[in-house]
Design a protein around this ligand. Sequence first.
Ligand code: GLN
Ligand code: ZN
Length: 763
Amino acid sequence: MTLTTSLGFPRIGARRELKHALEAHWRGELSADQLQEAGRELRARHWTLQVDAGIDLPPSNDFSLYDQVLDTAFLFDAIPPRYRALADADPLAGYFALARGHQRDGIDLHALEMTKWFDTNYHYLVPELEAGQAFALRGDKPVAQYLEAKALGIETRPVLIGPVTFLWLSKTVDGSDRFALLERLLPVYAQLLARLQEAGAQWVQIDEPALVLDLAPEAREAYRRAYAALTQGPRPKLLLTPYFGALGDNLELAASLPVDGLHLDLVRAPEELEAVLDRLPEGRVLSAGLVDGRNIWRTRLDNALLLARYARTRVGADKLWLAPSCSLLHVPVDLDGEKALEPDLKSWLSFARQKLGEIRVLADALDGRDTAHAALDDARARIESRKASPRVHRPEVAARLAAVTPAQAQRASPYPARRQAQEAALGLPPYPTTTIGSFPQTLQVREARAKFKSRKLDEAGYDAFLEAQTEKCVRFQEQIGIDVLVHGEFERNDMVEYFGEQLDGFAFTKLGWVQSYGSRCVKPPIIFGDVVRPAPMTVRWSRYAQSLTQRPMKGMLTGPVTVLQWSFVRDDQARADTCRQIALALRDEVTDLEAAGIKVIQIDEPALREGLPLRRAQWAAYLDWAVESFRLSASGVRDETQIHTHMCYSEFNDIIQAVAAMDADVISIETSRSRMELLDAFVKFRYPNEIGPGVYDIHSPRIPTTSEMVELLEKARAVLAPEQIWVNPDCGLKTRGWPETRTALERMVEAARILRGERAAAA
Ligand code: GLN
Ligand code: ZN
């Protein structure tokens, strides 16, 4: 009998129950006990749901009140000194202090740094370690949650983050070697494994996604040492679970570690099955990750079944487990909650609960149960209907893509010629000032949108409201003397959703929430079909805003890579092709804006860097199509039309050539917090075009002084040509309030004037 299992379940709840409980607790409206009770309820519900869906061995300890990496650091007592007193006095408050910072009763602790969990949109908290770091077991969460499930009559497999991945995800605050801490960490793991065995756990799942990364020799060596040590003492059996990609050059290493079972992500790397089977020692369990834990499409069960059948001939029926490719944390909970999706589209989708059902069908088919036939037929019919759907395949889109010429991804003239044309067309002063696009999304703006959506405000009323907001914003910018204006983006809810809603080929769920970090969830659009722009998307607002002023009004678009990156993407064609389709739709928007008299157009690409593949060897291919897509969207305009792009992060060292290859006339980036250090890459590389290094940190309510901004600009001027420099904030202002925005921007304009004055005096 084939065993079915899963690697993790979304913990936020189908209706974001955990989010609501957490936020109520933070507001002081829900006690710690009540919060823990809400967690218990969710765990019980999710274990039951998994068993009911046909999963033989569901995971435990996949639940977290905030983040599984933070839980691991806390469990091993890797708590930086600044939080320790609080964590000892009140463990839950201490835990949340690490997660979110703590400002109360004269205590002011900043949170741990947060960063992306591999190539997902989930963010984890980065543990802070130091040389000589002591580890100890603090509490017994994995044991307690195992026993909690057991009390419900459900045998689970506790999930732990493996020691090497844990160290890989951590940082040392003193620059010492993380892996040097392994020997200190392993005894604590051993202690925990012994306790899990005592509690009765048969298996433990050890997550080691770092095995799909480019690893330095020290890290590989750490793997050997770690697993040799962990398999010494009393312990449950260990299932080693790498995921998110191919093992590649770590394949031999992974297959040779002395564990009891190995999981494979056969969605991302089906081609590795054979090689792993060739190397896997006799008697090991193989957990075949056949159902995509990263996307929302139904599984091609026939294909999955072929792989499963082959694996079974090699390891034997009692050693083959069927599983999702990775934890289901990255998909929404239950498709059944979606009442408004078009029936055909809905029939192509599979959320966490449906994915478990698919794993059950695969196991039944493998074991020759008759019930599987109907389910396989049904799955086949759905795949066929998707393949044949005219809503998915629009021949005109494929034809247009096939006809794209290299010239279309190229501006008419090189940058120096464009610069001249733009100078003549725009007549901007040196150190031109601008903003990144959005202005404060006040309660009033959000309320008006909500009223419009619930039909309490009619279209004309909403439109008039937006016009008034836009006009106020334009007048403000004119009054304080900004050079290139924006309309303020009051009509936009979200920078991807706003465009997705206006493009064919996109769909939106009502409850398709996915945890981003802590209590924060996102509801990614689903790109299901060829992308068509039925009508202009932003021209109405840009034209209106331009009609109010003589100054140049900047058109504002979200770039193709960012739209792709923040959506669930179709799995029936290459990501690159989907990206190019979006690019062509945006290209039409760009040329329409130009035709409407817009002389400056910004195409935001904040997600360009996070799209980088996990393995460096694949970077070049990705950057190729990502940059090409951006250029396709941007290059339909005349020389005198100025194209801007914006990226709200700062680590450019790795990708500076690609950023330059985008060939935007102006790029704005985040630099204020790092005091311009981030310009390094631009300087070393001699970035050829114009650049706006942010001088105002919009992530903080703090208002910088004029002289601080002047100082930042002087730092920039020390390394860039003055003609290259723009003056702007780090990012959009939508999370800020008007009072601080007003003062900060007035000072920013003043700072630009001071630099202009110095320049004039010098000349
Ligand atoms: N134009 C967007 C804004 O100003 C850019 C947002 C972003 O970079 N994430 O809000
Ligand atoms: Zn930004």
